[in-house]
Design a protein around this ligand. Structure first.
Ligand SMILES: C[S@@+](CC[C@H](N)C(=O)[O-])C[C@H]1O[C@@H](n2cnc3c(N)ncnc32)[C@H](O)[C@@H]1O
Length: 249
Protein backbone atom coordinates (compact mmCIF):
# COMPACT_ATOMS: atom_id res chain seq x y z
CA UNK A 1 0.00 0.00 0.00
CA UNK A 2 2.79 2.40 0.93
CA UNK A 3 4.65 1.79 -2.29
CA UNK A 4 1.61 2.46 -4.40
CA UNK A 5 0.67 5.55 -2.45
CA UNK A 6 4.16 6.95 -2.99
CA UNK A 7 4.30 6.16 -6.68
CA UNK A 8 0.91 7.66 -7.27
CA UNK A 9 0.82 10.37 -4.69
CA UNK A 10 -0.10 12.96 -7.31
CA UNK A 11 -2.38 10.76 -9.37
CA UNK A 12 -5.78 11.84 -8.08
CA UNK A 13 -7.88 13.53 -10.75
CA UNK A 14 -5.64 13.59 -13.77
CA UNK A 15 -7.92 16.04 -15.53
CA UNK A 16 -7.34 19.63 -14.62
CA UNK A 17 -9.55 22.62 -14.55
CA UNK A 18 -8.74 25.01 -17.35
CA UNK A 19 -10.51 28.17 -16.15
CA UNK A 20 -14.02 26.75 -16.06
CA UNK A 21 -15.69 24.44 -13.60
CA UNK A 22 -19.29 23.43 -13.22
CA UNK A 23 -21.17 21.96 -10.30
CA UNK A 24 -22.03 18.29 -10.47
CA UNK A 25 -24.27 16.00 -8.57
CA UNK A 26 -23.18 12.40 -8.43
CA UNK A 27 -25.54 10.48 -10.69
CA UNK A 28 -27.44 7.38 -9.71
CA UNK A 29 -26.65 5.83 -6.39
CA UNK A 30 -25.20 7.48 -3.34
CA UNK A 31 -27.29 10.59 -3.62
CA UNK A 32 -26.25 13.75 -1.92
CA UNK A 33 -22.63 14.03 -3.00
CA UNK A 34 -21.86 17.40 -4.48
CA UNK A 35 -18.63 18.83 -5.72
CA UNK A 36 -16.91 20.46 -8.64
CA UNK A 37 -16.38 18.58 -11.86
CA UNK A 38 -13.29 19.79 -13.64
CA UNK A 39 -13.65 20.40 -17.35
CA UNK A 40 -11.85 17.51 -18.95
CA UNK A 41 -8.89 18.19 -21.14
CA UNK A 42 -9.24 14.67 -22.47
CA UNK A 43 -12.42 13.27 -23.99
CA UNK A 44 -14.54 10.57 -22.39
CA UNK A 45 -13.36 8.24 -25.15
CA UNK A 46 -9.73 8.67 -24.23
CA UNK A 47 -10.48 8.12 -20.55
CA UNK A 48 -12.30 4.88 -21.35
CA UNK A 49 -9.55 3.83 -23.74
CA UNK A 50 -7.08 4.40 -20.92
CA UNK A 51 -9.16 2.38 -18.46
CA UNK A 52 -9.82 -0.54 -20.78
CA UNK A 53 -6.38 -0.48 -22.40
CA UNK A 54 -4.31 0.14 -19.26
CA UNK A 55 -0.90 -1.50 -19.26
CA UNK A 56 -0.05 -0.95 -15.61
CA UNK A 57 -1.56 0.08 -12.29
CA UNK A 58 -0.54 3.72 -12.69
CA UNK A 59 -2.40 4.01 -16.01
CA UNK A 60 -5.40 2.27 -14.59
CA UNK A 61 -5.56 4.36 -11.43
CA UNK A 62 -5.25 7.58 -13.42
CA UNK A 63 -7.89 6.38 -15.87
CA UNK A 64 -10.35 5.69 -13.06
CA UNK A 65 -9.44 8.93 -11.29
CA UNK A 66 -10.42 10.72 -14.48
CA UNK A 67 -13.63 8.72 -14.92
CA UNK A 68 -14.74 8.80 -11.29
CA UNK A 69 -17.10 11.79 -11.50
CA UNK A 70 -19.07 10.21 -14.35
CA UNK A 71 -18.70 6.54 -13.42
CA UNK A 72 -22.00 5.93 -11.63
CA UNK A 73 -24.08 7.73 -14.24
CA UNK A 74 -22.32 5.97 -17.11
CA UNK A 75 -22.73 2.55 -15.53
CA UNK A 76 -26.37 3.18 -14.78
CA UNK A 77 -26.92 4.10 -18.42
CA UNK A 78 -25.16 0.91 -19.53
CA UNK A 79 -27.39 -1.18 -17.29
CA UNK A 80 -24.59 -2.43 -15.05
CA UNK A 81 -25.63 -5.57 -13.18
CA UNK A 82 -22.57 -6.98 -11.38
CA UNK A 83 -23.07 -5.29 -7.97
CA UNK A 84 -26.67 -6.51 -7.85
CA UNK A 85 -25.73 -10.10 -8.67
CA UNK A 86 -22.74 -10.20 -6.30
CA UNK A 87 -25.02 -8.78 -3.58
CA UNK A 88 -27.60 -11.51 -4.20
CA UNK A 89 -24.96 -14.23 -3.95
CA UNK A 90 -23.55 -12.66 -0.79
CA UNK A 91 -27.02 -12.72 0.75
CA UNK A 92 -27.28 -16.41 -0.17
CA UNK A 93 -24.00 -17.41 1.45
CA UNK A 94 -23.03 -14.88 4.13
CA UNK A 95 -25.18 -14.31 7.21
CA UNK A 96 -26.13 -10.73 8.05
CA UNK A 97 -24.03 -9.80 11.05
CA UNK A 98 -21.16 -11.95 9.81
CA UNK A 99 -18.29 -9.60 9.21
CA UNK A 100 -16.17 -7.84 8.34
CA UNK A 101 -16.55 -8.10 4.57
CA UNK A 102 -13.84 -7.04 2.11
CA UNK A 103 -14.96 -5.37 -1.14
CA UNK A 104 -11.97 -5.91 -3.45
CA UNK A 105 -11.93 -3.15 -6.07
CA UNK A 106 -14.72 -1.22 -4.37
CA UNK A 107 -14.65 1.57 -6.95
CA UNK A 108 -17.26 4.24 -6.26
CA UNK A 109 -19.04 1.97 -3.79
CA UNK A 110 -21.92 0.58 -5.85
CA UNK A 111 -21.57 -2.86 -4.26
CA UNK A 112 -21.17 -1.45 -0.76
CA UNK A 113 -24.39 0.52 -1.14
CA UNK A 114 -26.35 -2.64 -1.96
CA UNK A 115 -24.72 -4.65 0.81
CA UNK A 116 -25.41 -1.95 3.36
CA UNK A 117 -29.06 -1.82 2.26
CA UNK A 118 -29.30 -5.54 3.04
CA UNK A 119 -27.88 -5.02 6.53
CA UNK A 120 -24.15 -5.76 6.21
CA UNK A 121 -22.67 -3.15 8.47
CA UNK A 122 -18.95 -3.83 8.54
CA UNK A 123 -17.47 -3.47 5.06
CA UNK A 124 -13.88 -2.60 4.18
CA UNK A 125 -13.13 -1.46 0.63
CA UNK A 126 -9.86 -1.38 -1.26
CA UNK A 127 -9.09 0.11 -4.66
CA UNK A 128 -6.25 1.47 -6.77
CA UNK A 129 -7.98 4.73 -7.57
CA UNK A 130 -8.16 7.51 -4.99
CA UNK A 131 -10.84 9.26 -7.05
CA UNK A 132 -13.05 6.18 -6.84
CA UNK A 133 -12.30 5.67 -3.14
CA UNK A 134 -13.36 9.25 -2.44
CA UNK A 135 -16.75 8.50 -3.97
CA UNK A 136 -17.01 5.25 -2.00
CA UNK A 137 -16.34 7.22 1.18
CA UNK A 138 -19.26 9.50 0.32
CA UNK A 139 -21.69 6.57 0.24
CA UNK A 140 -21.32 5.98 3.98
CA UNK A 141 -21.46 2.23 3.31
CA UNK A 142 -17.88 1.43 4.31
CA UNK A 143 -16.27 1.23 7.73
CA UNK A 144 -12.80 1.52 6.18
CA UNK A 145 -11.35 2.30 2.75
CA UNK A 146 -7.74 1.80 1.71
CA UNK A 147 -5.72 2.40 -1.39
CA UNK A 148 -4.20 -0.99 -2.15
CA UNK A 149 -3.33 -2.99 -5.26
CA UNK A 150 -4.70 -6.46 -5.82
CA UNK A 151 -1.88 -8.59 -7.16
CA UNK A 152 0.46 -7.18 -4.52
CA UNK A 153 0.63 -8.09 -0.81
CA UNK A 154 -2.42 -6.75 1.03
CA UNK A 155 -1.93 -5.00 4.35
CA UNK A 156 -4.39 -7.20 6.28
CA UNK A 157 -3.76 -10.04 8.69
CA UNK A 158 -4.51 -13.67 7.76
CA UNK A 159 -8.20 -14.53 8.10
CA UNK A 160 -9.24 -10.92 8.71
CA UNK A 161 -12.49 -11.12 6.71
CA UNK A 162 -15.59 -13.27 7.02
CA UNK A 163 -16.09 -12.92 3.26
CA UNK A 164 -14.50 -11.30 0.23
CA UNK A 165 -16.67 -9.87 -2.53
CA UNK A 166 -15.65 -8.32 -5.82
CA UNK A 167 -17.57 -6.91 -8.80
CA UNK A 168 -15.97 -5.92 -12.10
CA UNK A 169 -12.44 -5.74 -10.72
CA UNK A 170 -10.59 -8.76 -12.10
CA UNK A 171 -9.72 -8.91 -15.79
CA UNK A 172 -7.08 -8.71 -18.45
CA UNK A 173 -6.38 -5.02 -17.95
CA UNK A 174 -7.59 -4.87 -14.36
CA UNK A 175 -6.67 -6.84 -11.24
CA UNK A 176 -4.62 -9.94 -12.15
CA UNK A 177 -5.47 -13.55 -11.36
CA UNK A 178 -2.45 -13.58 -9.01
CA UNK A 179 -4.54 -11.37 -6.72
CA UNK A 180 -6.68 -14.38 -5.75
CA UNK A 181 -3.92 -15.76 -3.48
CA UNK A 182 -3.94 -12.77 -1.17
CA UNK A 183 -7.74 -12.72 -1.08
CA UNK A 184 -7.71 -16.34 0.06
CA UNK A 185 -5.12 -15.50 2.71
CA UNK A 186 -7.15 -12.64 4.19
CA UNK A 187 -10.42 -14.63 4.16
CA UNK A 188 -11.39 -16.50 7.30
CA UNK A 189 -11.24 -20.33 7.10
CA UNK A 190 -14.69 -21.39 5.90
CA UNK A 191 -15.34 -17.87 4.59
CA UNK A 192 -16.72 -17.21 1.12
CA UNK A 193 -15.09 -15.44 -1.80
CA UNK A 194 -17.59 -14.15 -4.36
CA UNK A 195 -15.72 -12.93 -7.40
CA UNK A 196 -16.81 -11.79 -10.85
CA UNK A 197 -14.64 -12.58 -13.87
CA UNK A 198 -15.26 -12.18 -17.58
CA UNK A 199 -16.68 -15.37 -19.04
CA UNK A 200 -14.52 -15.55 -22.17
CA UNK A 201 -10.93 -15.02 -23.21
CA UNK A 202 -9.45 -15.17 -19.73
CA UNK A 203 -7.10 -18.11 -20.36
CA UNK A 204 -4.13 -16.01 -21.42
CA UNK A 205 -4.50 -13.87 -18.29
CA UNK A 206 -4.44 -17.05 -16.18
CA UNK A 207 -7.88 -16.90 -14.56
CA UNK A 208 -9.07 -20.48 -15.17
CA UNK A 209 -5.62 -21.74 -14.11
CA UNK A 210 -5.63 -19.69 -10.90
CA UNK A 211 -9.09 -20.95 -9.94
CA UNK A 212 -8.04 -24.53 -10.58
CA UNK A 213 -4.61 -24.19 -8.92
CA UNK A 214 -6.13 -22.92 -5.66
CA UNK A 215 -8.67 -25.73 -5.74
CA UNK A 216 -5.98 -28.37 -6.37
CA UNK A 217 -3.85 -26.90 -3.58
CA UNK A 218 -6.79 -27.27 -1.19
CA UNK A 219 -6.93 -23.53 -0.55
CA UNK A 220 -10.57 -23.16 -1.60
CA UNK A 221 -13.40 -25.11 -3.11
CA UNK A 222 -15.56 -23.66 -5.83
CA UNK A 223 -19.12 -24.24 -4.67
CA UNK A 224 -20.88 -22.51 -7.52
CA UNK A 225 -20.52 -20.44 -10.65
CA UNK A 226 -23.29 -18.49 -12.33
CA UNK A 227 -23.96 -19.08 -15.99
CA UNK A 228 -22.55 -16.37 -18.26
CA UNK A 229 -24.72 -13.25 -18.16
CA UNK A 230 -24.47 -9.75 -19.59
CA UNK A 231 -22.82 -7.52 -17.02
CA UNK A 232 -24.16 -4.55 -19.01
CA UNK A 233 -27.80 -4.90 -19.98
CA UNK A 234 -27.21 -3.21 -23.32
CA UNK A 235 -23.91 -4.86 -24.29
CA UNK A 236 -24.15 -8.44 -25.58
CA UNK A 237 -20.36 -8.85 -25.48
CA UNK A 238 -20.14 -8.08 -21.76
CA UNK A 239 -20.44 -11.69 -20.63
CA UNK A 240 -19.36 -12.40 -17.05
CA UNK A 241 -19.60 -15.21 -14.54
CA UNK A 242 -19.48 -14.96 -10.76
CA UNK A 243 -17.59 -17.66 -8.87
CA UNK A 244 -18.52 -18.55 -5.32
CA UNK A 245 -15.60 -20.21 -3.51
CA UNK A 246 -15.28 -21.35 0.07
CA UNK A 247 -11.93 -21.11 1.82
CA UNK A 248 -10.82 -24.42 3.28
CA UNK A 249 -10.53 -24.92 6.99
C1 LIG B 1 -15.28 -1.54 -13.21
S1 LIG B 1 -14.75 -0.85 -11.69
C2 LIG B 1 -15.78 -1.75 -10.54
C3 LIG B 1 -15.96 -0.99 -9.28
C4 LIG B 1 -17.05 -1.54 -8.36
N1 LIG B 1 -16.68 -2.83 -7.83
C5 LIG B 1 -18.35 -1.63 -9.13
O1 LIG B 1 -18.84 -2.76 -9.34
O2 LIG B 1 -18.84 -0.58 -9.55
C6 LIG B 1 -13.17 -1.63 -11.41
C7 LIG B 1 -12.46 -1.09 -10.17
O3 LIG B 1 -11.38 -1.96 -9.89
C8 LIG B 1 -10.28 -1.17 -9.50
N2 LIG B 1 -9.07 -1.96 -9.77
C9 LIG B 1 -8.64 -2.42 -10.95
N3 LIG B 1 -7.51 -3.11 -10.81
C10 LIG B 1 -7.21 -3.09 -9.48
C11 LIG B 1 -6.16 -3.63 -8.69
N4 LIG B 1 -5.14 -4.33 -9.23
N5 LIG B 1 -6.18 -3.41 -7.36
C12 LIG B 1 -7.19 -2.70 -6.79
N6 LIG B 1 -8.20 -2.17 -7.49
C13 LIG B 1 -8.22 -2.36 -8.82
C14 LIG B 1 -10.39 0.09 -10.34
O4 LIG B 1 -9.65 1.16 -9.78
C15 LIG B 1 -11.89 0.31 -10.34
O5 LIG B 1 -12.30 1.14 -9.30
Amino acid sequence: MQRLAKRNSDAAYVVVNRNKSKPFRRGGHGAGIRGTLTIMTTSKESILARVYGARNNEDLAEGYDGWAGDYDGDMEQRGYRLPGIVTALTARHVAIGDGPLLDAGAGSGLLGIWLQLLGYSDITGIDLSQGMLDLAAGTGAYTALHRMALGEPLDFRDGAFAAVVSAGTFGRTHAPAAGFDELVRVARPGGHLILSVRAKGMEEAGFPDALERLEQAGAWRRIGTTGPFQAMRNEPESLYVVHVCRKSG
